[in-house]
Design a protein around this ligand. Sequence first.
Ligand code: ADP
Ligand code: MG
Length: 695
Amino acid sequence: MSNVPKMFGSLVFNDTVMQERLPKATYKALKETRERGKALEPKVADVVANTMKEWALEKGCTHFTHWFQPMTGITAEKHDSFITPIAGGKVLMEFSGKELIKGEPDASSFPSGGLRATFEARGYTAWDPTSDAFIKGNSLCIPTAFCSYGGEALDKKTPLLRSMDAISKQALRVLKLFGNMEAKRVITTVGPEQEYFLIDKAMYEKRKDLVYTGRTLFGAKPPKGQEMEDHYFGVIKPRVAAFMADLNEELWKLGILAKTEHNEVAPSQHELAPLFTTSNVATDHNQLIMEMMKKVATRHGLTCLLHEKPFDGINGSGKHNNWSMSTDSGENLLEPGDSPSQNAQFLLFLAAVIKAVDEHQDLLRISVASAGNDHRLGANEAPPAIISMFLGDELTGILKSIEDGTSYEQKDKVFMEIGSDILPRFPKDTTDRNRTSPFAFTGNKFEFRSVGSTASLACPNMMLNTIVADELEQFADELEKAPDFKAALNKIVKDTIRDHKRIIFNGNNYAPEWVTEAEKRGLLNLRSTVDAMPYYLKKENIDLLKKHGVLTKTEACARYDIELENYYKQINIEALTMLDMIKKDILPAAASYEKDLAETASQKKAMGIGTGFEEDLLKKLSGFSEKLYDDAEKLEADVENTPEEKSTYDIAAYYRNTVFAQMEATRKPADSIEALVGSKYWPYPTYGELLFGVM
Ligand code: ADP
Ligand code: MG
């Protein structure tokens, strides 16, 4: 292993490199832009661009690209070379400030939800100087936002950046009320834990479902699944260990603080967690992590599956979004402090989160909705589609005593009233016992566990930041005009607990009783993407996003449309893949085994050996084959009957209620056939081989 400190960030144009290479004045100007969001002067941009280019050329780059995150959910890049022709048939390697700051990719094929049609066909990319440029292959990558010429966001990143400004603005108002005059910015921090599966690449390539859709559309239950739970934190297999070591190196070079990795509960499932950083950088890094996982896996003869539910009956994958707020000097606002005043402040920020999650369950649910994630959230898997919060017994007890006006006693600690006591610290082991909650307090941060493993972190964090910003604004409005700050503060915290405690649930979110209980409490249970998306268009939600400058009405409507379109397109691909596999492989496999069985049965009969098991098996098998054939015919008709003239919502609802439902029915006889046919007839690697095939 090479020298890690030396390797770390070696492919990143980070603060150290800037300080070393930029003229002092340029460095200072850029730093102001990075920290305060000040505009960058064109002259400064030219110097930065030139320095960046020199640095990139030394590292072997020939190209540069504006790297952005369109609404497809993955990253996009268009590579331009540094080459500029000069006299005599020669070239110079050039890169101007203009090229650094603004790009104009031909963007007509990215989803825009109709936004570009009404304005201009083209969009442009703009440098986000708060996210460092980096090198990938032979290209200098410039992280950018992507907008239409009318200024509408066409990407995931822009609204996230806007939401970070919104929450900073409101949180600073609150901090001022507590006497903090130094903080210049409040940043939201994110540390995502990324779950993924690793399977053998040769086996992957034999499965059209995995290749086209990222998940298995068929697969009989293997003799062994995850019931022994012997994989969780188990010894990492050599091939996987080699992959992880290689992945770490790649990530470290990109300045990504990949920190922990371990096996998950399901066989072949693993997790990688980087150290937390600011939301926008964490979002960029997570995209790079996913990309690198796929790339590095290939080098090891493996394939990395990022889908939320690659295997039926086996745990799916998520991306736990650990989230908090902190001042620019590093004070974590969701950590109880060392003084009564800090604790009062903590309780106010906590109240804001509680109120936000309760009032905006719908927006949080929307932010994690996708066809893939429906398999986790809408099915019998934790976390459920119902959004609730886990605070742990101790913190819940303290909140209860605040609400009741009683004192809270535990062990040697007594908590009397807000602003007069030191709160206990909540160590992770007492707060994190509940692994089933969608939104759990873990001592000094919240863990939003509903995010899907393929999802971009931008949308969940944009929503989280916005809804908390809104509550902080309401609190600040009230507190700024209050004659008695302490009394007003007490009232806000008390009222919030009283009015929003229904969102707190410390029990097992997996239990069927919770569904009934949540309904009694009036909590939303939006089981699918189609159920969730219409809430995007609720007037209150559009107003809220608009008020904080995060999304305009047009942008919100476009996003609603794009998400629904992504949803039904995904299911359409799955349905077509299913039909292809049935017709080309599964029915022929069944027929071929049936033929052999029939031949043997009639030979046995002719020889007077009697009818053997062959006849019985043949009967069963042809029953399932007939059923599969009929179901596939129906599925094909359903896909063909897609109501094309209808709204995006209607098409998505049709896919959910008709096509997807028929896919589930169609899978059953196919899985029964798989369980019956001889191994040599079955065309695909089985669940057992896929899940236990990596040594
Ligand atoms: P788990 O037990 O859930 O695996 P870990 O202790 O490994 O949790 O931490 C999970 C993630 O939480 C890590 O990525 C870590 O960096 C992140 N994290 C820790 N503190 C914060 C914070 N203040 N803000 C955001 N993320 C944080
Ligand atoms: Mg976790």
